[in-house]
Design a protein around this ligand. Structure first.
Ligand code: PLP
Length: 380
């Protein structure tokens, strides 16, 4: 069942452990997220046409194999027909901005694909314009998916971090509204709204679980840290010191959160080779996300590229649970970390994984790039 993973020598690159929170939601963070802001997002997004909670699937066969009590997989692939959890964030922020500034505006941002799709969709629904910047590595298919929602998509030279800078500069020069999914000093409001949209994932999970069944550990993948931050914050606000242990997982090739955790402050990393986990290929942390994860996440792990194709194929085979799962490359980082950590006695102990653990994985996307998915399934 896990044979393909046995052939990979080093699935985990680095592990940085920090003291978990064990405190209630800090007063200093209420400016970013609160019971009220989460509730407003829930009310708004659940009122949109086509809203449906995404499935929470049990990976029971895998749990048995790894000697873990329960593994749940929140499958974000069907989210509003957009293929990823990002549908919740960008579109929610666009809605807020149009409510304040009207619809005679242009929304702009950089994207690795999924955030831009959410903005383009949100802008089309709201009736405003949208201009998206993508970098050299973003596939043509991802570009066309944004154009299909009426966005102008401009490809720049350089990597994701460069596209973030160009989007910010263009917004300044042209008076466009920058709706980035990453935040930095002096730029926090739209990314805060984007992340608030993501917190609906936890709301749905908590509604479908009885309290004794709440997760003990969450493995969540990080790009700039926005998703991990939203998951961490939402559990923290709801459960205080009883929140699950949050384990952030990144590609070895893009370890900005892990390196920052090790240094104790934000660290920029140079992206040399782009990770196949395209949504996670980021070299700079989001400031808000970093602040919250530095205090609320217990562990930061990096995973090797070699684990991606076996993990995608493993979920597709149906061997993990009852049904086959279509997961894109960026969706499986948490699963790779869980498989590797459960089977490594030292890491298993360090992460507090036992036969009583209840694990939550965030399946953050489906096959958002069909050609890349087909190549993985064909073993290329
Ligand atoms: C599918 C998927 N998963 C995870 C992430 C990481 O999210 P964040 O950059 O907010 O950490 C992304 C970001 O684009 C993504 O597209």
């Amino acid at each position: 069942m896990l044979d393909e993973f046995d052939e990979i020598e080093e699935l985990i690159g680095k592990h940085v452990s920090r003291a978990p929170a064990h405190e209630s939601w800090p007063e200093a963070f209420v400016q970013y997220f609160s019971v009220d802001s989460l509730e407003s997002a829930r009310r708004e997004i659940t009122s949109w046409s086509g809203y449906q909670p995404t499935p929470l699937l049990g990976l029971d066969q895998l749990a048995k194999k790894l000697n873990i009590r329960q593994i749940l997989y929140k499958d974000e692939a069907p989210r509003f027909g957009l293929g990823s959890f990002k549908a919740l964030g960008g579109a929610y922020a666009v809605k807020q901005i149009c409510a304040t500034h009207g619809t005679n505006i242009t929304i702009t941002s950089a994207t690795a694909g999924n955030h831009g799709r959410s903005l383009a969709w949100g802008a089309q629904n709201a009736g405003c314009s949208c201009h998206i910047f993508i970098h050299e590595g973003v596939s043509e298919e991802r570009k066309q998916a944004m154009e299909a929602f009426g966005a102008v998509v401009e490809r720049i030279e350089g990597n994701y971090d460069e596209s973030v800078r160009i989007a910010a500069k263009s917004a300044d020069e042209k008076g466009w509204h920058l709706v980035s999914d990453t935040s930095w000093p002096g730029y926090t409001e739209p990314p805060r709204q984007v992340m608030t949209g993501y917190t609906l994932i936890v709301d749905e999970i908590m509604k479908s679980l009885d309290s004794p069944d709440l997760p003990s550990h969450v493995f969540v993948q990080g790009g700039v840290g926005g998703l991990a931050c939203a998951i961490c914050a939402a559990f923290w606000i709801r459960l205080g010191a009883n929140m699950p242990r949050v384990i952030v997982v990144e590609p070895v090739l893009a370890p900005c959160l892990t390196e920052s955790a090790e240094a104790g402050h934000p660290v920029k990393v140079d992206i040399g080779e782009e990770s196949v986990m395209a949504g996670l290929s980021c070299g700079e942390v989001s400031m808000i996300a970093w602040k919250i994860l530095a205090r609320g996440a217990s562990d930061f792990l990096t995973v090797a590229e070699e684990g991606v194709a076996p993990a995608v194929r493993f979920l597709a085979s149906g061997a993990a649970g009852d049904t086959p799962i279509i997961a894109g490359e960026s969706a499986v980082a948490g699963l790779i970390a869980l498989i590797a950590a459960s089977r490594d006695a030292k890491l298993r102990k360090n992460l507090g994984l036992t036969d009583q653990s209840r694990i939550l994985l965030i399946g953050s996307e489906g096959a958002t790039d069909a050609a890349a998915y087909a190549r993985i399934m064909a073993g290329q």
